[in-house]
Design a protein around this ligand. Structure first.
Ligand code: C2O
Ligand code: CU
Length: 482
């Protein structure tokens, strides 16, 4: 099916996409080469198609969704660090699509960006993704074609890469948080391009789910998970929502934060036993189940706080030994002394100060931007929701860079970079308590952040807001590494 999005992008993109395809199969395209010695896994088939899902609504009704292998979230993909993932995606959707492996440092040709790294997979067609897994951790996958619609309809899943030597825990759980905007009958609202959502906080659902089940309990979880007190759980959290930011609070036990966006950091207790998880972001926590109740609640809006999930520890807990840090991933450290500094200014949105922006090289007023182009945001003065466009930055391979992000809008933005992990140097001028790697950093309204990375992965990499209505609304840039 041709969409306005696909037509516009196709014009300029298809030649480059075709040029990129053969790369996918050359040895050099697998990160670091040397793929021949890596264990290749059996081909995993993932089928994307419309489906029906019961969220556990009181009415008992099912909702029409789009899904990987029939459910949202799709299957949890599990590999071991150092393996080569081999995944055939079959498109049973009524629209073209691609799959992006969010956070995984894959070769550019495997990144799933339509018209830039591959031609879209047409309905009825398939595409084989094959890439090495240099890093352990918690990642995820989702389409990158009309993400604001396709991800929102339910196309996403977690991707876990186990450490070569996994740490000792009793349980390893992945909790995929998401939300849905349903009408009174429990059907999905299909106003995916609502202009108000685009220029405000994005599309916020009225139903929150955990692993596809209702998770918005008023006071307590009617069916808490029963476990032996003292059980050590590795809890991997992923926010797959299109726009909703979770402000999670943990009560009853003090979880340890051991990884952000897949990458290990010095294990430490959360400030106030709380954390913010913006769209696209992940954390790995270690929880020793207490005697009694352990409650995970969301307090982004304290007047509408809700319980996401509860655990109930039975018996007496024996104290556990301290958790040893996870082994670091082989991410190259940026050389801060020699790094080049770049500024990226975010502007636009409701109550913003944006007056005009460049679209396809032409300066247009903010009114034209909204009415004619259905966009509302700009990065360094350029509004784009085309995947194919001039790079905002071009970096030499092996170059270290610092990107200073300046959010001159009234809205938060989780900014995501493809193909690399970055160090977060500062947030609002202050360094984080513990040094961390991320692929998505959340900017406060009128806030700032500095990130640094070594550009070692050649190709054209998207850098965009992961509030999918903002991405579609113009907040998408490309960084070229060559
Ligand atoms: Cu999770 Cu560009 O995406
Ligand atoms: Cu945004």
């Amino acid at each position: 099916m041709e969409t306005p999005d696909s037509r516009r992008e196709a014009r300029r993109g298809v030649l480059r996409a075709l040029a990129a395809v053969p790369l996918a199969w050359s040895g050099a395209a697998l990160l670091g080469g040397g793929c021949a010695q890596l264990p290749v896994t059996a081909t995993r088939v993932l089928r994307m198609a419309p489906s029906q899902q019961q969220f556990g609504l009181p009415s008992g009704s099912a909702t029409g969704i789009w899904a990987f292998d029939g459910t949202a979230p799709g299957p949890l993909l599990r590999y071991r660090q150092g393996e080569v993932a081999d995944i055939e995606v079959q498109n049973g959707l009524p629209d073209a699509t691609t799959v992006h492996w969010h956070g995984l440092r894959v070769p550019n040709a495997m990144d799933g960006v339509p018209y830039v790294t591959q031609a879209p997979i047409a309905p009825g067609e398939r595409f084989r993704y094959r890439f090495a897994l240099p890093d352990a951790g918690t990642y995820w996958y989702h389409p990158h074609f009309r993400s604001f619609e396709q991800v929102t309809r339910g196309l996403y899943g977690a991707f876990v890469v186990e450490e070569a030597q996994p740490p000792e825990v009793d349980e390893d759980w992945t909790w995929v948080l998401a939300d849905w905007l349903l009408d009174r009958e429990g059907a999905m609202r299909t106003d995916f391009e609502d202009p108000r959502d685009m220029s405000h906080a994005g599309r916020i659902g009225n139903l929150v789910t955990l692993n596809g089940r209702f998770a918005m309990h008023r006071d307590s979880d009617p069916e808490p998970l029963q476990l032996r007190a003292g059980t050590r759980v590795r809890l991997r959290l992923l926010n797959a929502a299109s726009a909703r930011i979770f402000a999670l609070r943990f009560a009853g036990a003090a979880p340890l934060l051991v990884a952000t966006d897949g990458h290990p950091l010095e294990p430490h207790r959360l400030a106030d036993d709380s954390l913010m998880l913006g769209p696209g972001m992940r954390v790995d926590l270690i929880v020793d189940v207490p005697e009694g109740r352990f409650t995970v609640s969301d307090r982004l809006d304290p007047r509408r706080a809700f319980v996401v999930r509860e655990l109930l520890g039975a018996g007496t807990a024996q104290p556990r030994p301290p958790f040893a840090p996870l082994p670091p991933n082989p991410v190259p450290e940026p050389d801060l002394a020699r790094a080049r500094r770049h500024e990226i200014v975010l502007e636009g949105g409701a109550r913003g100060r944006l007056r005009s922006a460049r679209v396809d090289g032409k300066e247009v007023s903010v009114e034209q931007l909204m009415r004619q182009h259905a966009m509302a945001w700009a990065m360094n003065g350029v509004a784009s929701n085309d995947h194919v466009h001039e790079p905002l930055l071009t970096l030499g391979r092996g170059e270290s860079c610092v990107i200073a992000l300046d959010n001159r809008t009234q809205w938060p933005h989780p900014m995501h970079l493809h193909g690399h992990a970055f160090r977060v140097l500062t947030v609002n001028g202050r360094p984080p308590r513990v040094s961390e790697w991320r692929d998505t950093v959340i900017l406060d309204p009128e806030g700032s952040a500095e990130i640094a990375f070594l550009a070692d992965n050649p190709g054209d990499w998207m850098f965009h807001c992961h509030i999918l209505q903002h991405q579609q609304g113009g907040m998408m840039a490309m960084i070229r590494v060559r």
